[in-house]
Design a protein around this ligand. Structure first.
Ligand code: ZN
Length: 209
């Protein structure tokens, strides 16, 4: 298991350049991990437990530096706005006519502007993405509550005390196995899921052996 913990702390400080740099580093770590495993027998899941309030403000010109300013002028003050900003955080400017062209936005420690003044930026509340590859990756499609994710990983890896793929595995009935997991986690029947790929039960077979 790997984690990009500094993405979170950088966002809390509204240091968007650091947060994006840490995100790029996490992407490299994921690429390395994917190269090191056989996706025919290893499930790889990449996700986050929450978002942040950073927004990518629109209408900048193609090729603009995402860490800089949008070329469009703010209609009320005639001043440009930053492409990135936060809804909450320490970067609040009491002066609504602050001229961001005077700021050192090339600094790694530049604090991006926020709407509400907070000592630390808050987490965000929207849905986050889940990326999966390998056996049982099809379980991670659609929209679902976050607590489904560890159940699905445990199911695919045949670990833990909950439902496991080996109990009613793809070898006997892949359709039944797919339907029963959301039913088990949420206490209701899940939606229609796509058919299991040919290698769906391989990770489980290896774990059991
Ligand atoms: Zn946090």
């Amino acid at each position: 298991m790997g984690g990009g913990g500094r993405i979170d702390t950088a966002h809390h400080e509204s240091k968007a350049m650091k947060a994006l740099d840490e995100t790029a580093e996490l992407a490299k770590a994921v690429e390395t991990a994917v190269r090191m495993v056989d996706l025919e027998e290893t499930l790889v899941v990449v996700t986050s437990d929450h978002s942040h309030t950073m927004t990518y403000n629109g209408y900048s010109r193609r090729g603009s530096n995402v860490l800089g300013l949008a070329n469009k002028m703010n209609s009320s003050s005639g001043l440009p706005y930053s492409i990135l900003s936060y809804a909450t955080g320490p970067g609040h400017r009491s002066d609504s006519n602050h001229d961001f062209r005077l700021d050192d936005m090339d600094s790694l420690n530049y604090t991006y502007p926020s709407l509400f003044p907070m000592v630390r930026e808050t987490h965000g509340g929207e849905d986050v993405a889940v990326f999966a590859a390998g056996p049982w990756a099809h379980l991670f499609t659609g929209n679902y509550e976050q607590n489904f994710i560890p159940h699905a990983i445990a199911y695919a890896a045949c670990i833990g005390t909950g439902l496991q793929a080996s109990f009613n595995s793809a070898a006997s009935s892949p359709e039944k196995a797919q339907r029963s997991l959301p039913q088990y986690v949420f206490g209701r029947r899940g939606g229609k899921t796509p058919p299991a790929p040919a290698n769906a039960s391989r990770a489980c077979s290896y774990a059991v052996l």
